[in-house]
Design a binder for this molecule. Structure first.
Ligand code: C2O
Ligand code: CU
Length: 691
């Protein structure tokens, strides 16, 4: 939370720096007219005060940078490389070159000393500081940068110097004219005309530049992810796979000829959904229910799911979130298949070899389709059940429904948008499988009993211990399995929400009691459960000390910029939005370390398809608890997570923020195996919508 304040101060400091030094630069460049000694002295004093204030702001920005940097150097590396030097160095030049001249003018306010303050070496440092401050502001809020990279940094420095040279020459010319007594002051109409011309030219350049920038972000009508990945930044030499053989995504299927052990049918359809409160929403559901039918299977079974699409005018697909399926079964429209058209059918087949609480959802324009209800639980049990005999196994799938674009509060558990009361006999072992199908983070409080976190993202926790007095924080797309033995008194699961520093209880939730009645005042624990220190360590196939063949660092920002031609909030990775967001090219067998740093104003649950990642560290602290394998890493504001994965599942894999609105506004990229190509395309001119 503090990080966010520092980030805000930093952006404000950048803005005020720009305004103040911009004002100084304009004032200092005005043609010198010596009217009276008194006015000259006053002017000199004023400029010296402006410089002092300007330096205060410079010190302020150095301080905000230091504060942000205390959360991790990755947060400020770009500022240290660009924004700070471009302000500090010219502001030093102001001190060394301009300030002595203004002081001399104050001591002796003559026409000569005034003229000396008009020399290029006295004026250009102000202009340079203003330009540097503007660069610092723009790179903090509009075109952000991420970890320093040579080419963008050189571009900024070279353009900066080029502009300075221009300003210098111009000022030199003006200085000479002024030194020679200056031309006769031009008549009022001529000056007005000139002002109009300047405004027109600046306006045209600005409008032209912005519309070019807007246009440049328009997404192509069709694009192929193989091409785009190779055009993007890649950790491997991008075109290196010509030596190897290539394989098409379409051939990376699950077992196609064997007889399935389990068969399911999912029918996507548009319908009205009535919530427990009586409110009705326009929903798209699988088999008319929400959540969609529970697919419960055993590890190792061959599963066949036939999906029919009956949603009018809308193509759909199904992605198996948390299951490392073969690439062609991954359900990403435009990358691993063509979306299923209305009336169409698609058959998915895979043999899961992980256990746990997972879910499935549409992966065609998912920011819309998941919100509308195209999702359901997918539970994979071990061969021998991991539940104690008699366990009540409850799926708690939380979802926010929308009516007229507005979220309906509170979020519903299933279709229950009120307190969901259920009977539970004391002594019963209870498993709650919490699934966050929303994009935003949910914070849960479980009141009335200690509990154990037995699995996260479906992955079992080694030797879980009792937890109480802590919130369970689940990012968008994430799952937590909690277990406890039902006590004599009621137990209540509620959501907490932060309003500034205050925590409020959200209505609704789940209440378990012996007879289904009773009440519980929900706890409001402020501490959050930390999955990186929970449970006991045990050996993992790789870890912090392994040698990684690739390292990938991503800094997340929100920018005010154009996306698909519209001015909006863009969710950028290293300053880039899809399709330019940096993809990662890997080779089968690579051991990859990925670093996520969240410098934006919102949590980002980062989801990599086709792989589980092992958490190495969080905010610089090594993970010490049970090995923490995730498919969705919720990177909170101001956090840095280090995770690692083994490249052992060839294909073209989405890697995106599971706040699906963020994905739709740029926070989306891919992990691409060398030599894998796709016959499918995405874009408005294809059946496949982005995300
Ligand atoms: Cu659950 Cu790419 O999504
Ligand atoms: Cu996000």
């Amino acid at each position: 939370m503090l990080f966010e304040s520092y980030l805000n101060y930093d952006i404000e400091a950048a803005l005020f720096l720009t305004l103040l030094w911009g004002t100084s630069a304009v004032l200092v460049a005005r043609r010198p007219h010596h009217r009276s000694d008194r006015r000259g002295r006053r002017r000199a004093t004023f400029m010296l005060v402006l410089v002092a204030l300007g330096w205060l702001l410079v010190a302020g920005r150095l301080a905000t940078t230091a504060l942000m940097g205390s959360y991790g150097y990755l947060f400020v590396a770009d500022r240290v490389a660009v924004a700070l030097p471009l302000v500090v160095l010219p502001a030093l030049a102001v001190l060394v070159l301009a300030v002595p001249r203004w002081r001399a003018h104050r001591r002796n306010p003559s026409a000569e000393t005034r003229l000396a303050t008009f020399a290029p070496q006295a004026v250009v440092p102000f202009q340079a500081t203003a330009l540097g401050a503007l660069t610092g502001f723009v790179t903090a809020i509009m075109v952000t940068m991420g970890p320093p990279q040579l080419v963008p940094i050189l571009t900024v420095y070279v353009s900066f110097l080029a502009i300075l040279v221009g300003l210098w020459l111009w000022q030199q010319y003006r200085y000479r004219v002024a030194a020679n007594g200056g031309p006769v002051r031009r008549s009022r109409p001529v000056r007005a005309l000139r002002a109009v011309a300047v405004v027109a030219v600046v306006g045209l350049v600005l409008v032209g530049g912005l519309s070019w920038a807007a246009n440049e972000t328009v997404l192509p009508g069709r694009m192929n992810m193989t091409d785009h990945a190779h055009g993007g930044v890649s950790a491997a030499g991008a075109h290196g796979h010509s030596a190897g053989r290539t394989v098409s995504v379409a051939d990376l299927t699950g077992p196609r000829s064997e007889t399935p052990d389990r068969r399911f049918t999912l029918v996507a359809e548009a319908t009205k959904l009535r919530l427990a409160s009586g409110r009705e929403v326009d929903a798209w559901l699988f088999n008319g229910q929400s959540p969609g039918p529970e697919l419960r299977v055993k590890r190792g079974e061959l599963i066949e799911v036939t999906v029919h699409n009956k949603v009018p005018d809308t193509n759909v697909s199904v992605h198996w979130h948390g299951v490392d399926v073969p690439n062609a079964e991954d359900g990403v429209a435009g990358v691993t298949q063509d979306a299923i058209k209305p009336g169409g059918t698609h058959v998915y087949r895979f043999r899961p070899d992980e256990v746990g609480t997972h879910w499935y959802h549409s992966h065609q324009q998912s920011s819309v389709q998941v919100k509308k209800g195209l999702f359901g639980p997918l539970i994979i049990e071990p061969e021998q059940s991991d539940l104690a005999p008699g366990t009540q196994d409850l799926i708690v799938s939380t979802h926010t429904w929308y009516s007229d674009e507005l979220p309906l509060e509170p979020p519903a558990i299933g279709t229950v948008d009120q307190l969901d009361r259920r009977r539970m006999a004391p002594g019963t072992p209870v498993r709650l499988r919490l699934i966050n199908t929303d994009g935003s983070t949910h914070r849960y409080s479980l009141t009335g009993t200690p509990f154990r976190v037995v699995a996260i993202d479906g992955n079992p926790i080694n030797q879980p211990t009792d937890v109480s007095g802590e919130q369970v924080v689940i990012g968008g797309g994430g799952r937590y399995d909690l277990e406890f033995t039902m006590p004599a008194q009621p137990v209540r699961l509620t959501e907490l929400r932060r309003y500034g520093s205050e925590l409020r209880v959200v209505d609704g939730g789940l209440l378990l009691s012996a007879d289904g009645t009773g009440d519980v005042q929900p706890d409001k624990p402020t501490e959050a459960f930390d999955p990186t220190t929970y449970g006991s360590a045990m050996p993992t196939p790789f870890g912090r000390d392994s040698t990684f063949t690739k390292t990938h660092s991503l800094v997340f920002d929100n920018e005010l910029w154009f996306y698909d031609g519209r001015f909006t909030v863009v969710w950028a990775s290293n300053g880039m939005a899809f399709p330019k967001a940096p993809s990662l090219t890997v080779r089968e067998g690579d051991l990859v370390k990925v670093r996520f740093a969240n410098r934006s104003h919102f949590d980002h649950p980062m989801h990599l398809h086709g792989h589980h990642v092992l958490v190495l560290s969080r905010n610089g602290k090594p993970a010490t608890g049970s090995p923490l394998w995730l498919d969705t890493v919720n990177v909170e504001v101001g956090e840095i997570w280090e995770v690692a994965f083994k490249a052992d599942n060839p294909g073209l894999w989405m890697d995106h923020c599971h706040n699906l609105d963020h994905a739709a506004a740029g926070m989306m990229s891919h992990v691409v195996y060398e030599g894998v190509t796709t016959p499918y395309e995405v874009g408005h001119d294809t059946p496949n919508e982005l995300e």
